[in-house]
Unconditional design. Sequence first.
Length: 255
Amino acid sequence: MNITESTVFVPGATSGIGLALALRLHAAGSTVIVGGRRTALLEQIAADHPGIHTVRIDTADTASIASASAEVIAAHPDVNVLVAMAGIMRTEDWHSPAGFLADAEAAVTTNLLGPIRLVAAFVEHLQTRSASTIVTVSSGLAHAPLRVTPTYNATKAAIHMLSESIRLQLADTSVQVLELVPPAVRTDLMPGHAENDAAVPLDAFVDEVMTLLETQPDAHEILVERVKPLRFSEVNGAYPEVVAMLNRTDPHARA
């Protein structure tokens, strides 16, 4: 992925990792389009950061994805990077349906169907570019589960395997498939995350991500140092210890 000369669409980027990454890519020289549900936030981002483009999109809504994607491609025909950033993380109690079903369904819609639908909206266009990238966003919890967020863990595991699979299918095209694998980062993804001392500060995380994108342009995964114990726990035999560590601390301490 070329971080200096791309045209990048980042849906789900009105806050947190998405916005921070969008701003860094813009500062690096890329043209950036930020997508989100909240019009007021989009207007504020455009006012605060001249040169950033915005489009309203609800990644939980099929029609919104289709219309916003068509709008982006029409307005920015050079768009060659899709960052499927939007996601939600909610605690669940699986002792009874009332404790999990609604939140589980919402997580599947946003975290899994959202990226699938976004890729569907862009994949043909991306193949017309000489070099293009689909960036998926999984999590360290795709590889070691947090007890209180079962469906979040499952959707991120699905995103990991989806990324692995479509990378194989698209190997005969100009489309690179790049998986961003965050650890816990200080954002508002869940209550308390932004004040969590155990999480990586947002600026430090994005600093490391940008360095990896610049120095490893052909990578399959973007793995900051703090996520590697989770990512490789099964491979190196540390899985039981890592799962125990995750689940004996504050249940909101890891993402």
